[in-house]
Design a protein around this ligand. Structure first.
Ligand code: C5P
Length: 402
């Protein structure tokens, strides 16, 4: 692993009120030793577990807890702090702090700083097993993950309550390694132009009706976020979706497959890596009606025409310097069909989505994938959150093709 990636980096270390706060001292020491500048922001409850004196001595900066210092009236600007940060780490993140972050409850400096932060935010939950597995916590974490935060999964082991289960904050060394890796990877795709198609397409029948599919765009947007985090210049051509746009990603909204085709074709010459994630409808309605078709008039016959195959057309014109990646979703003979798609569309590799796992694919925050390359080698991956699947896919690109 490269060293020195944390030198001079600005890190906001957010500490909330859990027993695991004692581990934050070790994390702080590791960060300071690596040359990072660390500003600790602690919640009022956090101070019950660890003293600001310890933290300010180690970090070399006064610890921030209140919105202003009572005796001097000095105002602590969460906006300045949010802009100053190259990364924010919330460790430990209690159920309450996670809930506040997920809902924008800005009643302390930690959450206000989080809401002002432009940099990536790493969240290391720590709580009892029942709180951890409660649907409220799961929902809050899923939401925080879906908008681009990085959740550092807690471990299973003995908890402060002496119960054994999932909820132990990840060890400081492991959190440190994740941050180090993040800063190492940050510039891997610098200078690369990435084009991603995402979401479904909508093929209108008349002004109020359409043909579409269940794609949510989550996988494509997760890959976009990961590429942008590694320094790429990312454009997503997206069908209608209702998910937040990740930081530093340029989104071009389209409706139909033909529009998506037009935009993708016009951007491709200036693209290094094209990732075809969209679930493009196979057909559009040729006899689209300008006015709403009335039910009582007649039973309409839709004439369907094949949409352009965007991936195949890009495959036709692609140069040796460009990478083209496709996705496949099949219910039968998935491997054979996927291999044929690599040839037919001239892809460099294909990501096969499993339809066999109920916690995968359309609509889910999780996915199970296999990657097949041009030679037919298959690399399988575990079922995991789409943000982590995106990391696997981008790692595959950087390790095998760049
Ligand atoms: O042929 P099939 O739809 O199964 O291929 C899936 C792959 O091709 C995906 O990468 C998808 O984004 C892409 N595709 C496309 N244009 C189409 C149909 C599929 O780019 N019209």
């Amino acid at each position: 692993m490269m060293t020195g990636s944390l030198k001079d980096k600005h890190i906001v270390l957010g500490i909330s009120g859990g027993i695991a706060a004692y581990k934050s001292v070790s994390l702080l020491r590791l960060l300071v030793k690596a040359g990072a500048q660390v500003q600790v922001v602690i919640t009022p409850n956090g101070k019950e577990f660890i003293t600001p004196v310890t933290l300010s001595s180690l970090s070399g900066h006064p610890v921030i807890c209140d919105f202003f210092t009572a005796n001097t009236g000095q105002w602590h600007s969460h906006v300045d702090l949010g802009l100053w940060a190259d990364a924010m780490v919330v460790a430990p993140a209690t159920a309450s702090t996670i809930a506040k972050m997920a809902n924008g409850v800005a009643d302390n400096m930690l959450v206000t700083t989080y809401l002002s932060a432009k940099a990536p935010v790493f969240i290391a939950p720590a709580m009892d097993l029942d709180m951890m597995s409660h649907p409220t916590t799961t929902r809050n974490l899923d939401f925080l993950r879906s908008i681009g935060n990085i959740i550092i999964e807690p471990k299973t082991g003995e908890l402060a309550s002496h119960l054994v289960g999932k909820g132990r904050m990840e060890e400081p060394e492991a959190i440190f390694a994740i941050l180090e890796q993040y800063f190492n990877a940050k510039s891997e795709l610098k200078g690369k132009k990435v084009l991603i198609t995402a979401g479904p397409t909508v093929e209108k029948i008349d002004p109020v009706r359409y043909i579409s599919n269940f794609s949510t765009g989550k996988m494509g947007f997760a890959i976009a976020a990961e590429c942008a985090a590694r320094g790429a210049d990312v454009t997503v051509v997206s069908g209608p979706v209702s998910i937040p746009v990740p930081a530093k990603v340029n989104v071009i909204k389209v409706e139909s497959g033909r529009e998506m085709h037009r935009v993708a074709m016009s951007h491709f010459a200036n693209t290094d890596i094209a990732i075809m994630c969209a679930a493009v409808a196979d057909y559009y309605v040729e006899n689209y009606s300008d006015s709403k078709i009335k039910r009582e008039e007649y039973t309409p016959q839709l004439i369907l025409k094949k949409n352009p195959d965007i991936a195949a057309e890009l495959g036709n014109i692609k140069t040796d310097k460009q990478l083209l990646i496709g996705f496949a979703l099949e219910t039968d003979n998935e491997i054979l069909n996927a291999k044929q798609k690599i040839q037919r569309k001239n892809l460099d590799f294909i990501v096969v989505n499993s339809t066999n796992n109920p916690h995968s694919c359309f609509g889910s925050d999780y996915n199970t994938i296999q990657i097949i390359n041009k030679r037919g080698d298959i690399t399988p991956f575990e079922n995991k959150p789409k943000s982590e699947v995106a990391v696997d896919i981008v790692n595959f690109i950087t390790e095998q093709y760049l």
